[in-house]
Design a protein around this ligand. Structure first.
Ligand code: NAD
Ligand code: TYD
Length: 342
């Protein structure tokens, strides 16, 4: 099996590449990644000499992709590459449309031209928008994205389904809930809170902090994507979720407890515009058809994750560079008044 994984230098993609190389003997992986701010290559530095791993720096939205896939002729393409942070999409939507929507179409076209047998589009439960009450979104729930990030991901899903209908292309779509774990860029909730707390810096909580997310460990998500690649039905969508939905504040308090830090670090800041209150999916189809279920309990996964960040300060300290600090100032603005820079 020859696999092209896009976005393999990012958070979840790097877990996926490791999972493949560790559990699928004989499979070869070409990681195609642009190495944006979110994927600086170091996540997979230890694999540089792995005999079944290769890397190519390329933009999935560029003309380089068609010849690359034509040369490589992989059996499957798994598309993780994306602009992935909701807050950044509020400040500027263009890179989200370019990579997440145009990039997905460009990859779909190139994969079809190279007769790639299967295309897995890694999507998100955020395409369903905020889910009220106790409901859980099934795969046929309406698409109601709230941000340019989730709208651009929904566009990619629709383009993949259109390629299925128009060209009979073999595509499978996965929609997972919020991931956490080692190697996550420190702009997302869990790694931001851990790294700020480690540095005794304030922890910015949007609004009342009672928004709910279904946190799942990235390794559980990756096992789901692998199951969809191997056993998913063409043209189908599979939700993945762990069924947990703690409010953000509870996650933050747990991180502070594990680190032995004070709740005085918590700062309530102005809410994110268009902030989805709750995400929740029904993952019964993935359980039934793929035999998938998450294996890592949130308490255990969070302990492991906090420990990993505590033990790898060199990794995340270099990511909190001048460009990160500029984004941080723009996004969080004036702490004292709780105003944001938006
Ligand atoms: P990430 O931001 O950590 O990594 C994205 C990777 O894509 C980076 O390595 C980056 O360099 C690469 N990339 C960006 N633009 C590119 C381009 N034009 N061409 C090639 N490579 C490019 O993201 P992540 O959190 O690992 O998310 C991976 C995928 O999973 C995304 O598609 C995201 O929508 C989806 N997803 C994420 C979550 C989550 O909680 N993080 C949940 C569900 C689904
Ligand atoms: P995030 O990790 O950005 O993921 P998403 O917006 O894709 O769900 O945010 C997770 C939750 O944490 C979300 O409700 C927003 C909230 N949040 C904060 O309260 N403060 C922050 O600084 C960040 C980054 C997120």
């Amino acid at each position: 099996m020859k696999l092209v994984v896009t976005g393999g230098s990012g958070f979840i993609g790097s877990h996926f590449v490791r999972e493949i190389l560790a559990t699928r003997k004989g499979w070869r992986v070409l990681n195609v990644d642009l190495l944006t701010y979110a994927g600086r290559g170091r996540n997979l530095a230890d694999l540089a000499r792995h005999p079944r791993y290769r890397f190519a720096r390329a933009d999935i939205a560029s003309a380089a992709i068609a010849p690359l896939l034509a040369r490589e002729r992989p059996d499957a393409v798994v598309n993780f590459a994306a602009e992935s942070h909701v807050d950044r999409s509020i400040h500027g939507a263009a890179p989200f449309l370019r990579t997440n929507a145009l990039g997905a179409q460009n990859l779909l076209d190139a994969a079809r031209a190279a007769r790639v047998a299967r295309f897995v589009q890694v999507s998100t439960d955020e395409v369903y928008g905020s889910i009220p009450g106790r409901a859980r979104a099934r795969e046929d729930a309406p698409l109601q994205p709230s941000s340019a990030y989730s709208a651009s991901k929904a566009a990619a899903d629709l383009l993949a389904l259109a390629a299925r209908r128009t060209h009979g292309q073999d595509v499978v779509i996965t929609r997972c809930t919020n991931n956490y774990g080692p190697w996550q860029f420190p702009e997302k909730l869990i790694p931001l809170m851990i790294t700020n707390a480690l540095a005794n810096q304030p922890l910015p909580v949007y609004g009342d902090g009672l928004q709910r997310r279904d946190w799942i460990h990235a390794r559980d998500h990756c096992r789901g994507v692998l199951a969809a690649l191997e056993r998913g039905r063409a043209g189908e969508i599979y939700n993945f979720g762990a069924g947990t939905e703690p409010p953000n504040l509870r996650i933050i308090q747990e991180i502070l407890r594990i680190l032995g830090k004070s709740a005085a670090l918590i700062r309530y800041v102005a809410d994110r515009p268009g902030h989805d209150r709750r995400y929740a999916v029904d993952a019964a189809k993935a359980r039934r058809e793929l035999g998938w279920r998450p294996a890592i309990a949130l308490d255990d996964g969070l302990e492991e994750t906090v420990r990993w960040y505590r033990e790898h300060p060199a990794w995340w300290l270099r990511l909190k560079d001048a460009a990160f600090r500029a984004f941080y100032r723009k996004n969080y603005g004036n702490w004292a008044t709780g105003k944001t820079g938006r």
